[in-house]
Design a protein around this ligand. Structure first.
Ligand SMILES: C[S@@+](CC[C@H](N)C(=O)[O-])C[C@H]1O[C@@H](n2cnc3c(N)ncnc32)[C@H](O)[C@@H]1O
Length: 158
């Protein structure tokens, strides 16, 4: 069964995605796969509350197409710093309140897709999606039932 980063990479390549916002970098595994999958004239913006030194070191060759807001809480960042993007990938604390806040704060930046990791291993992510969808009819919802679960919101109304 496909790993979550393979799903992201495959999707980016096939849907011809050029701009991505990533919430949660950690060791940089997902950032690396996203950066490798994105074509040359494309861009990734990432946010993490920690410094993520390992990711910065490993991914320094991608700096032409990567802006990393490290040491930055996504609850605090002024969203005017974040441009509209084709796709958002959410993979942070996985708590209900935080995930719902992220969807409410950043979904307006996503032109087409929002991926959410760990929908099975962290049921609070799914709870947040369900509440978000009750209040926002612009999105349809699908899920990959792989090991930890990967959710996908697709914008169906402008
Ligand atoms: C599961 S790890 C990310 C893994 C990464 N996406 C990957 O696939 O390799 C979760 C990350 O979310 C970050 N995080 C947690 N709360 C955050 C917040 N409020 N704002 C920004 N980042 C946060 C943590 O510091 C951690 O690095």
């Amino acid at each position: 069964m496909a790993d979550y980063v393979s799903i992201l990479a495959h999707f980016i390549e096939n849907a011809k995605i050029k701009t991505v916002l990533e919430l949660g970098v950690g060791s940089g595994r997902s950032s690396e796969e996203i950066l490798k999958a994105l074509p040359i004239d494309s861009y990734l913006w990432s946010i993490d509350i920690n410094s993520c030194l390992e990711a910065k070191e490993r991914l320094k060759s991608f700096k032409k197409k990567w802006t990393f807001f490290s040491d930055t809480d996504d609850r605090e960042i002024d969203s005017r710093f974040i441009p509209d993007v084709d796709m958002i990938f959410i993979d942070t604390s996985h708590t209900y309140e935080h995930t719902l806040m992220e969807l409410e704060k950043f979904s307006g930046k996503a032109l087409h897709w929002i991926f959410l990791h760990d929908t099975i291993s962290n049921p609070e992510v799914t709870q947040a999606i369900e509440i978000f969808l009750q209040n926002d009819i612009k999105w349809a919802w699908a899920e990959w039932k792989h090991r930890f679960g990967m959710g996908l919101l697709m914008r169906i109304n402008p």
